[in-house]
Ligand binder design. Structure first.
Ligand code: SF4
Ligand code: SF4
Length: 310
């Protein structure tokens, strides 16, 4: 399919797209794991799932929220009680919010801000000189399809500058949203976490019916999909679960022949503490290199190209 439209925008269209607003929580430069080449990742706030192993827990809620990284607190002396103590004492959110305004180290700060597509794309375009070898813009999160107007605006503004585009998605979104975004996407990195609906629901909060249906639809459209398989011990890293996922993907057709295996890590642990939340998967055992290699072999045996990482 032709999924690399590069329309010239009229001044009115550009102005309309640049004015679209949404909530993001980060723009990460020089990423090498989220599509080809060097990427600029825009992290959207909001996700329909609640995966217990999520490495970006600050992405899940739609609205901006306060985070408190205690190790950055210098006990600045502005208050009778330093902010970590304030949180432990169950201080009202309003008090923490007020402190976030004047924290000298950023130890307490808001995660997420409302931005226009125009301001985001101008920041992204600073990286354009580094987009040789296919690099470009990646929409991630959170789940970018929860803010479809901002996602579409950013993709169209990027394509108007001939910038490569990618979307990382959990797939739980309305089909119409995906179909609207696909024409502006060069790469779709699509998570398949489990093929068993009940296990999927138990550990992510929702079953996988919509996710798998959407992937079937993308395959039928010939969309440029790479499947991502996060390997989560205690959820889907057992050989039978990996085999079932690989066989499902291999049976899709439509050119979906590649799987990126993403071994579980706990790099997001400090964020749970910063948000005052439990991290249910913190003590999950890590897979050894040999165990990861064995899962890669299972995926490859289904006739799929497979790599570790992305
Ligand atoms: S889909 Fe991704 S961002 Fe959403 S909760 Fe799961 S791991 Fe986190
Ligand atoms: S304002 Fe910042 S540095 Fe001062 S006590 Fe609070 S978290 Fe610590």
């Amino acid at each position: 399919m032709n999924n690399t439209l590069t329309p010239t925008l009229t001044a009115a269209e550009r102005a309309r797209l640049e004015a679209v607003e949404g909530v993001i929580f980060d723009i990460q430069r020089y990423s090498v794991h989220d599509g080809p080449g060097l990427r600029t990742n825009v992290f959207f706030k909001g996700c329909p799932l609640r995966c217990g192993w999520c490495s970006n827990p600050e992405s899940q809620q739609m609205q901006p929220e306060l985070a408190l990284f205690e190790h950055n607190c210098i006990t600045c002396g502005q208050f009778d009680t330093p902010c970590p103590v304030c949180r432990q004492a169950g201080a009202a959110g309003n008090e923490l919010a007020a402190r976030a305004e004047i924290c000298p180290t950023g130890a307490i700060h808001w995660v997420g801000e409302r931005r226009t597509a125009g301001s985001i794309i101008r920041e992204v375009l600073r990286d354009a000189p580094f987009y040789e070898d296919g690099g470009g813009l990646t929409l991630t999160g959170g789940e970018a399809t929860m803010q479809p107007e901002l996602a579409e605006a950013l993709l169209r503004l990027a394509k108007a500058e001939y910038i490569s585009t990618a979307l990382e998605t959990c797939g739980h979104t309305r089909r119409a949203v995906l179909e609207k975004l696909v024409p502006w996407l060069d790469n779709i990195l699509y998570d398949v976490k489990h093929v068993d609906p009940e296990r999927h629901r138990r550990h992510t909060g929702l079953d996988n019916t919509l996710i798998l249906d959407n992937l079937r639809r993308l395959a039928a459209m010939g969309a440029p999909v790479t499947v991502r398989l996060p390997l989560i011990p205690g959820f889907n890293a057992d050989p039978d679960s990996v085999r079932a996922i690989a066989q499902f993907v291999a049976g899709l057709g439509g050119g979906i022949r590649r799987v990126d295996v993403l071994p579980y890590h706990t790099l997001g642990r400090a964020k749970y503490a910063a948000l005052g939340r439990d991290y249910p998967w913190l003590d999950a055992p890590r897979l050894s290199e040999d165990e990861v290699a064995a899962r890669v072999d299972i995926v490859a045996a289904a006739g799929l190209a497979v790599s570790v990482g992305g």
